[in-house]
Design a protein around this ligand. Structure first.
Ligand code: FE2
Length: 229
């Protein structure tokens, strides 16, 4: 079983997860040292404030500078955490935001205004053939998460939520359901990886079942490689 962290913010300067290259290197070393085999870099993309071309260029620059610093044995895949907006399915370049090499798309729900049109948009994205994964289902209000569960969407859970006071029971329940397809650290900065490292070893959480589903999402995914000089 490969241990896969499906949600992280580790590309320098692409979002607020890492400001500089040295921070990204420290993040990657921390991830690798905890036994994680693969991590997906899911920098924030907002259709309201980001221009796709500029985002992709910024991401590419960050990838090329960090590539040679990736610890041996760690695979780093590249995707995005895309904020859902009504009509996102009409966005022609949606495939550019998938995990590179796949049709897997990590979608973040807005904090409020879950209109019918917003949920319909999600259904339409799925109907276009994308493997939609809702980011951190644990983060939303119970009644909102229930709407996504009822509609049968797949989702990712943040490891930290499995140890959160007051909501761990609910979040562990989400993780046990069929819709749970990935676990993530949602790492921003260098601190805060302990929960992920702990969760994948926690026998009660049955991480291997989740990791098998994550492997399916990553079929065909192309990890970052160091360019030949
Ligand atoms: Fe995130």
């Amino acid at each position: 079983m490969r241990i896969i962290d499906f949600h992280s913010h580790i590309l320098a300067g692409v979002d607020h997860g890492s400001r500089v290259l040295s921070e990204s290197i420290a993040q990657l070393e921390r991830i690798s040292a905890s036994g994680t085999d693969a991590v997906v870099a899911t920098s924030h993309f907002s259709p309201y404030s980001d221009k796709l071309r500029a985002f992709l260029e910024k991401r590419e620059r960050a990838i090329s500078t960090v590539a040679k610093h990736i610890p041996k044995g760690l695979s780093v895949y590249v995707g995005a955490e895309v904020l859902l907006c009504p009509g996102l399915d009409h966005f022609e370049e949606l495939s550019d935001l998938c995990v590179v090499g796949t049709k897997t798309l990590l979608i973040e729900m807005p904090t409020h205004s879950w209109t019918l049109e917003l949920i319909e948009t999600l259904h339409r994205i799925k109907a276009l053939g994308y493997n939609v994964v809702i980011a951190h289902l644990d983060r939303y209000k119970k009644e909102l998460s229930a709407r996504l569960l009822d509609a049968g969407f797949s989702y990712q859970i943040n490891a930290g939520s499995l140890y959160a006071f007051g909501s761990r029971r609910r979040n562990r329940h989400y993780l046990s359901l069929d819709g749970a397809v990935a676990l993530g650290s949602d790492l921003h900065g260098v601190d805060g990886y302990d929960a992920f490292a702990h969760a994948v070893k926690d026998k009660k959480l049955n991480a291997s079942k989740i990791m098998a589903k994550t492997e399916e999402l990553l079929l065909g995914a192309i990890p970052i490689t160091v360019a030949e000089e």
